[in-house]
Write a protein that binds this ligand. Structure first.
Ligand code: TPP
Ligand code: SF4
Length: 252
């Protein structure tokens, strides 16, 4: 059987990736690699990964890469872009890094319309540290720190990160939410986000609904059902904000 083509921007020469079997990070990053290949920007990209399972991608790509402190990838990439505007700067992180520990950086970068691309892989909990409750944890979801299920009455509903960014980012920003259950659409969103940066419109942001079978303690069918049914009920896929001049190209 022919081996499926790997993105050129992936380093497949030396070793396999380090994610658990069934992890969503590898799928999101494969889509990102494909988007980079299709835009032919490999030599201009600097890839930044956070603390969390995203850091397991520090040597995944054949790209200049920087690995930062937890939640700090957004300001590191914003600084790099300001110093070297010709670079395409990508910040990749989990929902803990993006929506909790680093949320102040994300809010600041979006409001300032920094010309970088931020990608948040939302797997509804802090995965690398063993599966604690995060702002994105679903009502009733059991985690290490919500063993009886998240109580939405006392801890609130899952944080709508992409909608928040769309509300605060100025004209020129691009915001979308995709999913590892819809890879072609996710690749299109990533490509449009990168295109927004290349064209100099402003901030671009993609949330990707991701999977963590290890901490969810799900088998393959259960993992898929959690992403496609449970997460999809709370997090809507689609483009949430696109620059005015590109509205005709909206992709729901
Ligand atoms: C400032 C800081 N606080 C806490 C930690 C401990 N820590 C390391 S990874 C992690 C969880 C990461 O979760 P997330 O960002 O959602 O990424 P995931 O592992 O789920 O992909 C935490 C809390 C840290 N390294 N630095
Ligand atoms: S713990 Fe979860 S997010 Fe981390 S590599 Fe394993 S499956 Fe992926």
């Amino acid at each position: 059987m022919p081996v499926p083509a790997m993105p050129k921007s992936w380093r497949v020469d030396n070793k396999p990736h380090k994610f658990c079997p069934g992890c969503g990070h590898g799928l999101v990053l494969k889509c990102l690699g494909k988007a980079i290949d299709e835009l032919e920007i490999q030599s201009r990209v600097v890839y930044g990964c956070d603390i969390g399972c995203s850091l397991l991608s520090w040597d995944l790509f054949n790209l200049d890469t920087v690995q930062t402190h937890h939640g700090r990838t957004t300001p590191v990439m914003a600084g790099m872009k300001r110093a070297r505007p010709e670079l395409i700067c990508i910040a990749y992180m989990g929902d803990g890094g993006g929506y909790s520990i680093g949320v102040q950086h994300l809010v600041g970068a979006a409001m300032r319309n920094e010309k970088i691309t931020v990608i948040v892989a939302n797997n509804t909990q802090y995965a690398m540290t063993g599966g604690q409750m995060a702002p994105t944890t679903l009502p009733g979801q059991k985690t290490e720190t919500s063993p009886y299920g998240r109580d939405a009455e006392t801890t609130g509903l899952p944080f709508q990160g992409a909608e928040m960014i769309a509300a605060i980012a100025p004209e020129g920003a691009y915001v979308a939410r995709g999913s590892v259950s819809h890879l072609a659409q996710l690749t299109r969103f990533l490509k449009k986000a990168l295109r927004n940066q290349i064209d100099g419109h402003g901030f671009s942001f993609v949330e990707a609904l991701s999977a963590c079978p290890t901490n969810w303690r799900t088998d393959a069918a259960g993992t898929w059902e959690f992403v496609e049914k449970d997460m999809a009920e709370h997090f809507k896929r689609g483009e949430i904000k696109i620059p005015e001049k590109r509205e005709a190209a909206a992709d729901a």
